[in-house]
Design a protein. Structure first.
Length: 157
């Protein structure tokens, strides 16, 4: 039984979650790539966050057309913009980040984030099921956008 380690600003952080054979980076020792389950957890957190916005926004916006515009923008902007600029709420809670596959120190661009998001929505869960067969556990939407997910620990940005 192995214990998962993640990178934080202070250094490696040990998780109490036992995992078998964590996919590790050959370039950066200690860097790991998240399994499907962690990515799925982040997606659930993000879905609940957007659902909360969808339910709360109409309470503050009495004008129905304005509420619909806010809801549309929340769905269209949330993941791509936050992925390109920082991280989504789900990524932050779970401790994973999207980075450029060719340079793990850099975030992906906004156009790449929109491409990643579009492919993810078009392919759905099929995109995640392809991860196990790929190097660095990259889903189809990661391959399309030139991105990779990494574990960073829960407190890192």
């Amino acid at each position: 039984m192995t214990v998962e380690h993640s990178l934080t600003a202070e250094g490696p952080e040990e998780s109490s979650l036992p995992v078998a054979e964590i996919p590790r980076s050959p370039v950066l020792p200690g860097l790991t790539y998240p399994y499907v389950w962690r990515r799925y957890q982040a997606m659930i957190v993000d879905t609940l966050f957007i659902l909360a916005v969808v339910l709360v926004a109409p309470l503050f916006l009495q004008d129905l057309p304005a509420a619909r515009i806010v809801l549309f923008l929340a769905v269209m902007v949330y993941e791509p913009v936050l992925t390109a600029c920082a991280c989504t709420v789900g990524h932050r809670v779970v401790g994973i980040r999207v980075r450029r596959a060719d340079d793990l120190s850099r975030r992906i661009s906004l156009p790449a984030a929109y491409l990643r998001w579009s492919v993810k929505w078009l392919l759905g869960i099929i995109s995640l099921f392809s991860m196990r067969a790929r190097n660095r556990y990259r889903a189809l939407h990661d391959l399309a956008a030139g991105s990779v997910m990494i574990n960073v620990g829960r407190a890192a940005t």
